[in-house]
Design a protein. Structure first.
Ligand SMILES: *[C@@H]1O[C@H](CO)[C@@H](O)[C@H](O)[C@H]1NC(C)=O
Ligand SMILES: *[C@@H]1O[C@H](CO)[C@@H](O)[C@H](O)[C@H]1NC(C)=O
Length: 983
């Protein structure tokens, strides 16, 4: 390369020739040479991105105007447009460079993954008419835009911007026709940004979800070209201004999720071009008569308001209406009978009003309807036969009305129906055998009616069934054997009917069952031992039947939180593991049962008490000697550096203690104390024993369950965790070692793990005040003022924050609940049982390494994403913690009957919040003193954020701690300060 023309001064003619050639090339091609560099800068900004394919045609030497993908030039060869929407671009746009393109009029970069700040260099793009940066991930503030005076189209929605939006600079952009700024977390405005009102050419205004406060100004009526006005999800107050009726061109008006009050403005009916009108979730009132002229409506959403009066009869003639959602208002009267009969009607939800009359018959006339939701009204009559052919129907819910008659047979077999809820009406007649064709049915809710007849065996063909609730009807005959085929069935409630015969043993194959209620029927015969094999059964009620025989010994394996066998004809001994305090009343009304430990039952062998004591004493002594021997051998082998062969010889009798902290006890001391006298708790993962060492120190020892059945627990089932471990693995050791390395004031200390081939003990510190659950919800509960609850909330949050953010790798708890928050002698909270679910799962061999797919959590605390994806992460813990905060602030349990059918505390709280329009005082535990209700409300608000449906919108635990610290009770600060001063 020594003779390169540019490195040698000896050949000027060649240089000159090349230069000439270069100039020639430039002038023959259409584009200008200085237009190339900015484009190459742009290309190189994305060179490392995953999809540079957008730029494969952007090659030096090719003509910019004719070859570069996405580039448009004017007739003089200057670049006018750069069009790169939805190209998977990820990178920082070099605006300084691009805006040197002097003729640039259009920049279209929407729907990419662009990040970084938008630099001030943008101001030099002064000829821009079109700027689309929407749907990206920029950061920082939007720069001043006042120099872009020719702008007609500006889209910045959902682009990650924050800080103050430069509202003032809009005044200069008087040519704007399209303005889209929504879905950004701008700093709140103090009032509606009046600069907008100067933009007389606006056709399209999207300002939803960008923190706009104040009233909608009446001058909005001057923007007479507006076709689309979207102001949803802001903090707008006051009435919808009358002047809005001047916006004659509107086809879409979106005002939902604000705090608007008053009536719909008179004259709204003049906006006859309106297709979509959504003012749901506000505080609007008055009647709907104004809307009767809006004959072109396609979609009308006014749910969650205070509208009253009747539904205009004219709605029945709206030819284009396909969506109508009016739930949670105070509407009365009948539904127009022709409603939904014209267009391809899809969706009606008029639930929770005071509507009456019959169900309109023709809403599925075009065969497109997916949702028929009319629950909690006063509808009468039967289900119109026309719905027998509504194959598209997905949700059919008419519970809590006064509907009657026999359900038309074809309804049961609709192929896309996922929920049919007819509960609490006066329906009669049977469930017919064609239900076997309902291939999508997950929830069959018929409670509280007059249904009768036998259950068809074909019910067993509906393999998608998750929940069957048929309680309080007149069903007769046996449970079909075929129900054993329902592998997804989680809940089976047949209580309060006239069922009879044996409980089929096939139910033991429904491995997802977590709740069974067969009480108040006439079931007879022995209880099948197979029920004891149900791996995640959590609640079992067989009370008030005619069951006989003994309680199957397999029941000892169940991990039940609720259990009732009362009022049957059972005989024999109650298995020891079931004879515990929690099930104190579960055996009443069975004169044939006996037990040594249940006070109202007779003793099983009244004469041999002393001898049984002797036996147990004897076996204790033998066990003691064995253990001594074992420990001695253990020590010996430890000294022999754990000779493998020798260890193998010992098999399950070898106990291996792995201390993780300095401990002053031996495994013998622990193992000796694992007996029923010391049992203090029984949980999903194992029994907990209290051990008092000879030096007086107290410890809690968890004996992890060893279940022997094959478990195929379905992750869709929300129930207490349960898994099994066949062999102890090195992953187990590693995991326990990690957990024991967690050291934080608000996390329970793990001292050591003691394991043998088939048993695992985890030794923790003992906390005398039990769990938060005990203190809030049980007979142990004490009056807890807000101060102490607040301290528990912050402490527990800090513990969880440490687990998530303080360790090398985040430790996901997977089972956060109030019974896993223990209280020390000073009422300081400590998180217990962290990470246990993962240990158990890993040991089980389900995907060590990536074990985000685990069965975890407890009913009422489980994050919704878990039910859909079976995936959890830290944000699932945040959800569960939100539930704990709700318990603290409301004093309620996660699942209470008062929340309504199928509702847990989260659904209850979120819907109460909407009802109360953010005034949450009524939700606070009444035992909290008046002066502190506001403080509790603050924590309740945090709880609501923690329990957001979408995981990414929940705050991190770090953020939760921060927010809780901000919510410190005012009085409390005083007390703390005083204390510190005294010290
Ligand atoms: C924006 O408009 C204001 C008021 O009309 C004017 O003073 C200012 O010079 C304009 N800014 C630009 C950059 O054009
Ligand atoms: C509201 O805006 C945020 C970004 O500020 C976005 O993440 C969220 O999805 C938006 N909400 C809706 C319902 O679009």
């Amino acid at each position: 390369m020594t003779n390169s023309p540019f490195s040698s001064g000896r050949r000027p003619p060649l240089v000159a020739h090349l230069l000439l050639l270069f100039l020639l090339v430039c002038s023959f091609s259409l584009s200008h040479c200085d237009e190339l560099q900015p484009l190459l800068d742009l290309k190189s900004a994305f060179s490392s991105s995953s999809s540079p394919s957008a730029f494969s045609s952007w090659i030096k030497g090719k003509d910019v105007c004719s070859s570069f993908h996405g580039i448009v030039c004017n007739s003089n060869g200057f670049v006018v447009e750069i069009n790169l929407p939805a190209q998977n671009l990820s990178g920082i746009i070099p605006f300084d460079s691009i805006c040197s393109l002097q003729s640039l009029e259009k920049l279209s970069f929407g729907l990419n993954s662009l990040y970084g700040k938008v630099s001030d260099g943008l101001r030099n793009c002064s000829k821009l008419k079109y700027l689309d940066l929407g749907q990206n991930s920029f950061s920082g503030e939007v720069p001043d835009l006042s120099s872009l005076v020719g702008l007609r189209f500006l889209s910045l929605n959902n682009s990650g911007f924050s800080g103050d939006f430069p509202w003032k600079s809009l005044v200069n952009l008087t040519d704007l026709e399209f303005l889209s700024l929504g879905d950004n977390t701008f700093n709140p405005t103090t009032s509606f940004p009046l600069e907008i009102l100067e933009l007389k050419n606006l056709h399209w205004l999207y300002l939803s979800n960008c923190t706009i406060y104040g009233e909608i100004p009446s001058r909005i009526g001057n923007l007479s070209l507006l076709e689309n006005l979207e102001l949803s999800q802001n903090k707008l107050i006051g009435e919808i201004p009358y002047e809005i009726v001047n916006l004659k061109k509107l086809w879409q008006l979106e005002l939902h999720e604000n705090s608007l009050t008053g009536k719909l403005p008179v004259g709204l009916g003049n906006l006859t071009g309106l297709r979509n009108f959504d003012a749901s979730s506000n505080n609007l009132e008055g009647d709907l008569t104004e809307l009767r002229f809006l004959t072109n409506l396609k979609s009308l959403q006014l749910f969650e308001n205070r509208f009253s009066g009747t539904i205009p009869e004219e709605f029945g003639d709206f030819k284009d209406l396909v969506e109508l959602s009016l739930y949670q208002n105070n509407l009365t009267g009948n539904l127009p009978q022709r409603i939904g009969s014209w267009a391809a009607f899809v969706f009606i939800d008029v639930s929770e009003n005071f509507l009456s009359g019959p169900i309109p018959p023709d809403m599925c006339k075009q065969g497109r309807m997916t949702d028929l939701l009319m629950l909690q009204n006063n509808f009468i009559g039967g289900i119109p036969e026309s719905y027998m052919n509504c194959k598209s129907l997905n949700r059919f819910r008419v519970n809590n009305n006064s509907l009657s008659d026999v359900v038309p047979a074809g309804i049961w077999s609709l192929p896309n129906l996922s929920i049919i809820d007819l509960s609490t009406n006066q329906f009669e007649g049977p469930v017919t055998s064609d239900i076997g064709k309902a291939k999508a049915l997950a929830q069959l809710f018929l409670s509280n009616n007059r249904f009768s007849g036998n259950l068809p065996a074909e019910l067993g063909e509906v393999s998608s069934l998750v929940s069957i609730k048929l309680d309080s009807n007149h069903f007769v005959g046996p449970i079909p054997e075929s129900l054993g085929k329902l592998k997804n069935l989680s809940s089976l409630s047949l209580n309060d009917n006239k069922f009879s015969g044996n409980i089929p043993s096939s139910l033991g194959s429904c491995t997802s069952l977590s709740t069974i209620d067969l009480s108040m029927n006439s079931f007879s015969g022995h209880i099948s031992e197979n029920l004891g094999y149900l791996p995640i059964l959590n609640s079992l009620n067989l009370s008030n039947n005619e069951l006989s025989g003994e309680i199957p010994t397999t029941f000892s394996k169940l991990k039940l939180s609720s259990f009732d066998l009362s009022n049957n004809r059972l005989i024999g001994q109650v298995p020891d593991s079931l004879a515990i305090q929690a099930f104190d009343e579960s055996f009443m009304g069975n004169p044939g049962l006996c037990s040594e430990s249940i006070r109202y039952l007779s003793s099983c062998s009244p004469t041999s008490r002393s001898s049984s004591h002797l036996t147990s004493l004897l076996s204790c002594i033998i066990a003691g000697i064995l253990l001594l021997l074992v420990s001695f051998l253990c020590l010996l082998f430890v000294k022999l550096k754990r000779n493998k062969d020798a260890k193998h010889l010992l098999k399950s009798k070898s106990w291996d203690m792995k201390p993780y902290r300095i401990v002053c006890f031996t495994e013998k001391e622990i193992i000796d104390s694992i007996n029923s006298h010391n049992l203090i708790g029984k949980g999903g993962s194992g029994n907990v024993y209290k051990v008092v060492l000879s030096n007086g120190k107290e410890l809690a020892v968890k004996h992890i369950w060893q279940s022997s059945f094959s478990d195929q627990a379905n992750c869709r089932t929300s129930a207490t965790i349960l898994t099994k471990r066949k062999t102890r693995s090195s992953e187990y050791d590693a995991e326990v070692a990690t957990l024991s390395s967690v050291r934080h004031n608000n996390v329970v200390k793990l001292y050591c793990s003691i394991s043998s081939e088939d048993s695992n003990l985890l030794v923790y510190e003992y906390l005398p005040n039990g769990s938060l659950w005990d203190q809030l919800h049980t007979s142990r509960k004490i009056e807890m003022g807000w101060q102490i609850r607040y301290e528990i909330a912050v402490g527990a949050a800090r513990g969880l924050e440490y687990l998530h953010h303080g360790c090398d790798q985040p430790v996901i708890h997977r089972d956060v609940k109030s019974s896993n928050i223990l209280l020390d002698s000073d009422w300081k909270p400590r998180i217990a049982d962290f990470g246990l679910a993962k240990i158990l799962q890993d040991g089980h061999g389900h995907g060590v390494g990536d074990s985000s797919h685990v069965i975890a959590g407890t009913l009422g605390y489980i994050a919704p994403e878990y039910a859909y994806t079976c995936k959890i992460n830290e944000k699932s813990d945040v959800y569960s913690f939100g539930v704990v905060l709700m318990e603290l602030a409301t004093g309620k349990q996660p699942n209470e009957a008062e929340f309504g059918e199928n509702k847990d505390i989260v659904q209850w709280a979120h819907s109460r919040m909407r009802e109360l329009k953010g005034n949450l005082k009524d939700m606070v535990d009444p035992s909290i003193s008046e002066a502190q209700v506001e403080d509790a409300v603050k924590v309740l608000r945090i709880a609501l954020r923690c329990t957001a449906k979408i995981p990414s919108t929940r705050p991190s635990m770090r953020m939760v701690v921060h927010m809780l610290e901000e919510a410190e009770p005012y009085n409390f600060i005083d007390i703390v300060v005083k204390k510190e001063c005294e010290n």
